[in-house]
Design a binder for this molecule. Structure first.
Ligand code: GCU
Length: 419
């Protein structure tokens, strides 16, 4: 049985078409967040030593009840195949490298193709590893970038324009997502950009876990990984490669994702402490937004539309958010004392901007316990005015998207991240 049918069985609400999101603050039912600085047995969490143990408790709960356990360890022998050796890219001395990261010790599949763009610099630079939705070739029109040949999700427009034919990208797909990737600006600011297509790791549809990296692992049980945990696992393998790059400042490497990939960035960054900054762009339900607020998209809806994203245990919480042992402020807190950036867009009500702000603020006591500053403000900041220090938040004007404004804040943050 696929997760879609499992989720229908677990549904306690009406079908998708009848889903009524809450968009009015006065309709949010009263809720109480699970405490952050308190052990599951009720004891207080008082110092950095305690926090280590509390962190482990929370990681175990999120693993078992929300995202699922990764069924693959870090491969003993990860193979890196250089597909395009470092070569000049654009102007100003920037370079491009393409690396295939092979997950099996012997087979040519599965793999992840990493694109690495580095600015000219005499000293190691900070870097942002960002997952992409539509292939590495979609971020910029340069024909130097290889076309992805993995299965490609497509909408009607992409099929009509010929950007995707028979579930594969064509040359017409080059640069189709360029507005979300200000490559020149990133490189000019002295930051390197690494990116990979999330579908290399696990194609984003519910197929009972037959494709991507799943054939390398056993069949998932109810507490084992869904696609978000699989994509996060892939991000850590990309980080394994970045470790080998002496041109990068290893203390300042961020992970970034938008929407479902923002959820992925949070989970990857929570688990993998080599990321100095974790950026969640409009990640919403199952990402930075508090589940208990039930505003916009809620657990029952995400589990029905995307039953393969989370572990099957998460299905129990459809319309029962108050029974979840965790909420998303605790996920954000797992990043402490490193930096986290939560960003919302004013018109993106589906992702609950206020719920994203509140989660970031309610996570902040973890930083304070570790003698760092999170977000002190009680109220949401104004549009276009970032708030906070090691926990940072902004809401910008406009819709669910990634804009130059967002990137400008992230470029500044990655430079400030590190020890
Ligand atoms: C849908 C989904 C969101 C998700 C978004 C995306 O809107 O409901 O949870 O963040 O897709 O990833 O594009």
């Amino acid at each position: 049985m696929t997760r879609f049918f499992l989720s229908l069985l677990a549904m306690t609400t009406l079908p998708l078409s009848a889903y009524e999101p809450i968009y009015d603050e006065s309709e949010i039912p009263p809720y109480e967040l699970p405490p952050l600085l308190q052990f599951e047995n009720g004891d207080p969490v008082e110092n950095a030593e305690d926090w280590k143990k509390r962190r482990a408790e929370l990681v175990a709960l999120f693993t078992d009840q929300v995202y699922g356990k990764a069924l693959l360890p870090k491969p003993k022998k990860l193979r890196f195949e250089i597909r395009t050796p470092e070569s000049p890219f654009l102007e100003n001395g920037a370079t491009m490298t393409e690396v295939r990261i092979l997950f099996s010790e012997t087979e040519p599949k599965p793999f992840l193709d990493l694109l690495l763009l580095k600015p000219k610099s005499e000293t190691p630079t900070p870097a942002i590893l960002a997952l992409n939705f539509s292939g590495n070739h979609s971020i910029h029109s340069s024909t130097q970038i290889s076309l992805t040949d993995s299965w490609m999700r497509s909408r009607k427009e992409e099929r009509e324009s010929g950007a995707v034919v028979d579930d594969r990208a064509t040359d017409k797909a080059r640069g189709v997502k360029a507005s979300r990737w200000p490559v020149e600006k990133i490189l000019e600011s002295g930051v390197a950009l690494a990116t990979f297509y999330y579908g290399d790791v696990d194609p984003d549809f519910d197929d009972g876990f037959e494709n991507g990296i799943h054939p390398l692992a056993e069949k998932p049980g109810p507490g084992d990984w869904g696609s978000i945990a699989a994509w996060a696992w892939g991000a850590s393998r990309a980080r394994d490669y970045l470790e080998k790059e002496s041109d990068l400042d290893q203390d300042r490497i961020a992970i970034m994702g938008h929407s479902r990939l923002g959820k992925t960035a949070l989970w990857a960054g929570a688990l993998d402490e080599r990321f100095s900054l974790v950026i969640s762009n409009n990640s919403g339900c199952g990402g930075a937004a508090l589940s208990r607020r039930r505003f916009g998209e809620r657990v029952s809806r995400i589990n029905t539309s995307f039953p393969h994203w989370f572990c099957d245990n998460f299905l129990q919480y459809n319309e029962k958010e108050s029974e979840l042992p965790v909420d998303q402020h605790q996920l954000i807190a797992l990043i402490a004392p490193r930096m986290v950036y939560v960003a919302s867009a004013e018109e993106d009500r589906w992702a609950d901007p206020k719920g994203e702000f509140l989660a970031a603020r309610e996570a902040s006591p973890a930083w304070e316990l570790l003698e760092k500053n999170g977000i002190e403000a009680e109220e949401m900041p104004e549009i276009g005015k970032p708030a906070g220090d090691r926990v940072r938040y902004h809401i910008r004007a406009g819709k669910h998207d990634v804009t130059d404004y967002d990137w400008e804040q992230y470029l500044r943050a990655v430079k400030e991240s590190g020890k």
